[in-house]
Ligand binder design. Structure first.
Ligand code: CP
Length: 307
């Protein structure tokens, strides 16, 4: 069976744990595991810009013994209208896996339907599952495990990051709180799915409108840019809508004394998070960015070896 990872709930609780355990081993010994030796090629298709995803997948594929074949939006025939299906047919005849950052989730579903090799979601408008897997790893690395921890996300709870947190953290058995202004609440279908998953892991998913209340005694605080790719034209409206949801030192002070802070980056200091918090002692943000490498190496290895 070809294993695709298009959204967070494509890994069960057992599989999620297997990938995170493998990531810990690969982080200890970066260059010993070489399932892509040959080198086998992995296509990295970017319909949107990227720094961390591009770097971590490229470095990771090289460390696994493979060759990262980067295909940017400008410079391939997708940009001139060739279909996802035809592109995927060509890539899966020559590459061992396809990692794709794109717009609509339907493009990834179409790619997976026409691929004979694993397709991995490197961010879509709906989900960012590789990022959240790295976030799970980062928190587990710090606290020992994520299960039973309280996690608060402040900001756009309708975003791809929030949807991925809802699913992945429910699978991990965490207590997730979303704190967002009116008009930025979680996708109802994702919320229903997350609550169903959380019921099986003794986790929970709640919506708390007051930021002061939402962060109270939380173990992990996270936020993301208020203006994501493609939303630049709504900048002034969104800055006004999210006023009061900034992650500040005062807000962090209401969380548990041992609380840590996550941000998937790129950050906008002074908007969704202050510089003091982002660069402060509670921040795991740079570990989080590095851990993309170790977790995605584990995910690729798992998909290739267990598929
Ligand atoms: N967090 C993240 O995915 O960063 P990039 O957009 O730079 O890849």
């Amino acid at each position: 069976m070809t294993r695709h990872f298009l959204r967070d709930d494509h890994l069960s609780a057992v599989q999620q744990r297997e990938v995170l355990e493998l990531a810990a081993k690969l982080k200890q010994n970066r260059f010993a595991h070489r399932p892509l030796a040959g080198p086998q090629s992995v296509a990295l298709v970017f319909d949107k810009p990227s720094t961390r995803t591009r770097v971590s997948f490229s470095v990771g594929i090289a460390e696994l013994g493979g060759f990262p074949l980067i295909m940017d939006a400008v410079g391939n025939q997708l940009a001139r209208g060739e279909s996802v299906a035809d592109t995927t047919r060509v890539l899966s005849r020559q590459c061992s896996a396809i990692v794709w950052r794109t717009f609509d989730q339907s493009r990834l579903i179409e790619a997976a339907a026409h691929s004979t090799v694993p397709v991995i979601n490197a961010l879509s408008d709906s989900f960012h599952p590789c990022q959240v897997l790295a976030d799970l790893f980062t928190v587990s690395e710090h606290f020992g495990e994520f299960s039973g921890r309280t996690f608060t996300f402040l900001g756009d709870a309708a975003s791809n990051m929030a949807s991925s947190y809802a699913l992945a953290l429910a699978i991990a058995g965490a207590h997730t709180r979303f704190c967002a202004p009116v008009g930025y609440q979680p996708d109802p279908a994702v919320l229903t799915q997350a609550r169903s998953l959380a019921a099986a892991t003794n986790g929970s998913v709640s919506l708390i409108s007051d930021p002061q209340e939402a962060v109270r005694n939380a173990d992990v605080l996270a936020t993301d840019s208020w203006i994501s790719m493609g939303q630049e034209g709504m900048r002034e409206q969104r800055l006004a809508d999210f006023a009061g949801y900034q992650l500040t030192t005062a807000l962090v002070g209401r969380a548990a004394p041992h609380a840590v802070v996550l941000h998937c980056l790129p950050a906008h200091r002074g908007e969704e998070i202050t510089a003091q918090v982002l660069d402060g002692p509670r921040s795991l943000i740079w570990n989080q960015a590095e851990n993309r490498l170790h977790v995605q190496k584990a995910l690729l290895s798992w998909a290739l070896e267990r598929g």
